[in-house]
Every structure is written in structure tokens, then in C-alpha cells.
Write a protein that binds this ligand. Structure first.
Ligand code: SAH
Ligand code: SF4
Length: 445
């Protein structure tokens, strides 16, 4: 075994990947490797990758090669490079040509074998490939070397059964597997004992939690159990992502009844036109979406609605695109991630002609982003002068970065006796560009 060899895991992509990287760091440290504080100092570099858009794949490949080259030129020797995660699962052996210095290539399964592969890496000349294809085991992944101290992720499902026609996620992560409730409760306990103030439950579609488990427990039941056991603790619980097709009023009501759950719903629209939604295989109409968004807005005095939107899906006309803008204007999203459609191998839409010209896609993205920025600015202006509750997350210059219960990002002026991890009352006072700035008016609530 290599003695006290150091490693660093570098993550691309979504929160699920961030959380899985923490799990991988745990697996490596449990096997005797030490987590380096910076990639530059690590003997082993593990890249946990994303495949959701082609652009992400290209960017990641270039960034990885560049980073390895920089380290080699500074140190005169190469780190042991492991590539794992979605991009690796998608490209498999082909990735070895794109990243020539990669020594170990692993997909989205079989991560428990990575420490052993690393232990024998120094005695093996050739590259190691690990892409297990067997039936998906239950989702029992647990144990994390956590990066942050105030909030943390807790995955409750892995994989996805939805097969939206543009999306590669089900092909690279497999069928949905839910984590058994008992394990979630145990992890929750651990998070509390470690002093975290906020937990983010993760899944590609949290609303469908439990469909694959014996007895088919529902997401509402899981929330109820969490509330029953931990509702008296000073902890906030959020969850992402809520698929609009599986969004139920009973989930919104559960959030409303509790002080623990945060009124923020990440509820991806993807497109506003019924024709495109149908081609995307999303399983809801614009009307369904608007009704649920209305229900959510009316249920709370302060609620955040977040979304993801794709422009330029094959065949998207100007008229279709205007339907997307119409929904954006109506729902007044608080958070939005917007993307240009990217054809992905294996997906149903891959065989459709990607016919919206790149220039048109980019123009649409610009128009959409302008509208979202205008909505955001209006909302921020209205907020000035109000008082909110927020969790202080980390320091940034003279400010703490903080988030309200409804997921509004705010900047809080540093003051005497307050520190990250505290929940405080903040008076929002001014805008600095897109930032909203406030001052603490009440400590540790
Ligand atoms: N499970 C989540 C999303 C996971 S992928 C959900 O269903 O909402 C994150 C986001 O990437 C998606 O919501 C979608 O907006 C975007 N995305 C996925 N595939 C894409 C593609 N082929 N091109 C462009 N954007 C895509
Ligand atoms: Fe992809 Fe759709 Fe599953 Fe989200 S719900 S991960 S967009 S297939």
C-alpha cells in the first residue's frame, strides 16, 4: 500500500456530484489516503465529471488536461489521475484518448473499488477501466468527508426513470434507486451531531422518492418522519429537484405546516409550449405548471420558485419560445438556470434534427436572460427595507454570504459577535448591482 498518499477530488456539475465527491473523499480517507488542502499538493487527483451538455464535456476535458499539464510542469512528475462520474460513464474507454494521462477510469458505479485500484496503481503500467454493468444495487451509499460546515447535502435518491427526451442522466446514472428511510434518518442524526444548520435533500426527482422501495413509502411520508424526529432542532431542510409532473399539493402543504422545511421549490419548467413539453416527454402542460406555481405562491407569504429552462429544442419556433417567455413573466421566477439545447447521445431527441440555428438559440437565451434579470432586479428593489431570517454561510470580503429560508441569496455586513453557521435577523438595506446588502439586527434565532 502507498503510505499516506494524498488525494484531492475535483467536482464538475450538479449538487448530486458535489455530494458524491464527498462520499468518494470519505471512501479514500477511510482507506488511508489523506485529503490534500489543494489539488497542487495532491499525489492523486480524482475528477468527478458531468455529461449533461456537450459544452460541459468539452470544458471539463480541457480543464482537466490543462490542470494536469500545469502540475507536471511545476513538479516534474505526474499525479495519479482518476476520472469518474457521468462523462466517464458516457465515453468509457474513449475518454482515455481525450485525457491521455488518466490512469484509472471509472463510471458512475463501482466507486467502492477506487481505493483498491489506487493502491495497486504504482505497480501497474497499464490503465485501469471499471464500468460495471450489473443490475443497479439499492442506494446504500453513505459516509461523507464534508466540504462545508453550515449546510450539507443528503442524497435520498440516485438515478432517474423519467427519460426526458433531451436528457442523458438516466443513461449514465441508471434507474432511480431510493435510499431506505432508516439510513436517511441515521445520516440526519449524524448531520445534526456535527452541528449543521441546514440540510439539502437531493434527488433528480425527489417527489418520486420511494417508488422503487418495498411498501412504496412516499416523499410526504419521509418529510413527516423527518419533521417528527428532528422538527424541534434548529435546522432548516430544503429539497431539490421537484419534477412538475410529480409535484403534489400535499408536498406543498407538508412544507407549509412545518417550521423545518424551507419554502423553496426548484421546479424546472424546461419549456413553456405544450408542443415542446410533449416532445420533451415532460408529462405536464403549461396550464398544469402555472396552476401548481400559483398554488405554491398562494400558500406562503414568502416563497422561492426556481427553475431550469432550455431554449432551442429541435423544432422550437418563435411562437413556442414566446410561450416560454409568457410563463416566465407569469411565474416571476426567483432563481433560474437557462441553457441552450445540446444534443446528447442515446437520448430520444438525438435523432431529431437539431434545426434551430446556433445564432437563434443564443439570441433566445439572451432575450430570456434579459427578462429574468429584469424580474430579479424588480424583486430585489421591493425587498429593500424588509427584514428577513437568514443563515450565514461563508465569508466574502466585508460580508457574509447568507441565504434566507426561501433561498434568497443576500450579503450581510460583518459585525461583532456573529459568525458563519448562525441564523440571524437581517434588515435589507441597499442594492449593489445585483447584490442585496443587509445588516444583522438579531442574533442566533
Ligand atoms: N432532474 C432535474 C435536472 C437534471 S439536469 C430535472 O428534471 O429538472 C439539469 C438541467 O440541465 C435540466 O433541468 C435541464 O434544464 C438541463 N439539461 C439537461 N439536458 C440538457 C440538454 N441536452 N441540453 C441542454 N440542457 C439540458
Ligand atoms: Fe433528466 Fe428529466 Fe431525469 Fe431530470 S427528470 S434527470 S431532466 S431525465
Amino acid at each position: 500500500m502507498i503510505k499516506r498518499t494524498s488525494f484531492r477530488v475535483i467536482t464538475f456539475g450538479c449538487q448530486m456530484n458535489k455530494s458524491r465527491s464527498e462520499h468518494l473523499s470519505y471512501l479514500l480517507s477511510r482507506s488511508g489516503f489523506v485529503c490534500a488542502s489543494h489539488p497542487e499538493e495532491a499525489d492523486i487527483l480524482v475528477f468527478n465529471t458531468c455529461a449533461v451538455r456537450e459544452h460541459a464535456v468539452e470544458r471539463a476535458t480541457n480543464a482537466i488536461n490543462q490542470m494536469i499539464r500545469n502540475i507536471v510542469s511545476r513538479r516534474g512528475s505526474a499525479p495519479v489521475v482518476v476520472i469518474c462520474g457521468c462523462m466517464s460513464e458516457l465515453l468509457q474507454e474513449k475518454l482515455a484518448q481525450k485525457i491521455p494521462l488518466a490512469k484509472i477510469l471509472v463510471g458512475t458505479r463501482g466507486w467502492e473499488f477506487i481505493p483498491a485500484l489506487l493502491q495497486e496503481a504504482s505497480t501497474r503500467e497499464e490503465k485501469a477501466f471499471l464500468f460495471p454493468k450489473e443490475e443497479d444495487p439499492p442506494f446504500l451509499e453513505t459516509g461523507y468527508l464534508r466540504e462545508r460546515r453550515t449546510f450539507t447535502y443528503l442524497p435520498i435518491t440516485y438515478g432517474c426513470d423519467n427519460f426526458c427526451s433531451y436528457c442523458v442522466v438516466p443513461y449514465v446514472t441508471g434507474r432511480q434507486r431510493s435510499k431506505p428511510e432508516a439510513l436517511i434518518i441515521q445520516e440526519f442524526q449524524d448531520v445534526l451531531e456535527n452541528g449543521f444548520r441546514e440540510v439539502i435533500l437531493l434527488g433528480q426527482n425527489v417527489n418520486s422518492y420511494g417508488k422503487d422501495l418495498e411498501g412504496r413509502p412516499t416523499f410526504e411520508q419521509l418529510l413527516k418522519r423527518i419533521e417528527g424526529l428532528f422538527g424541534r432542532e434548529k435546522i432548516w431542510v430544503r429539497f431539490i429537484t421537484s419534477h412538475p409532473r410529480d409535484m403534489r399539493k400535499s408536498i406543498v402543504e407538508r412544507v407549509k405546516e412545518s417550521d423545518t422545511f424551507c419554502p423553496y421549490f426548484h421546479f424546472p419548467l424546461q419549456a413553456g409550449s405544450d408542443r415542446i413539453l410533449n416532445l420533451m416527454n415532460r408529462g405536464y402542460t403549461q396550464r398544469d405548471y402555472l396552476e401548481m406555481a400559483d398554488f405554491i405562491r398562494n400558500a406562503f407569504s414568502d416563497v422561492g420558485i426556481g427553475t431550469d429552462i432550455i431554449v432551442g429544442f429541435p423544432g422550437e419556433t418563435e411562437e413556442d419560445f414566446r410561450e416560454t417567455l409568457k410563463v416566465v413573466e407569469k411565474v416571476q421566477f426567483d432563481v433560474a438556470y437557462t441553457y441552450v439545447y445540446s444534443p446528447r447521445p442515446f437520448t430520444a431527441a438525438y435523432s431529431l434534427r437539431d434545426e434551430v440555428p446556433q445564432k437563434v438559440k443564443e439570441e433566445r437565451l439572451q432575450i430570456l436572460n434579459n427578462m429574468l434579470s429584469r424580474i430579479h432586479a424588480q424583486k430585489m428593489r421591493k425587498r429593500v427595507g424588509t427584514t428577513v431570517e437568514a443563515l450565514l454561510e461563508e465569508e466574502e470580503g466585508p460580508y457574509f454570504l447568507a441565504r434566507t429560508k426561501s433561498n434568497l441569496r443576500i450579503y450581510v455586513r460583518k459585525g461583532e459577535g456573529v459568525q458563519p453557521g448562525e441564523r440571524v435577523k437581517v434588515k435589507l438595506q441597499s442594492l449593489q448591482g445585483t447584490r442585496i446588502i443587509g445588516e444583522v439586527t438579531g442574533n442566533d434565532i
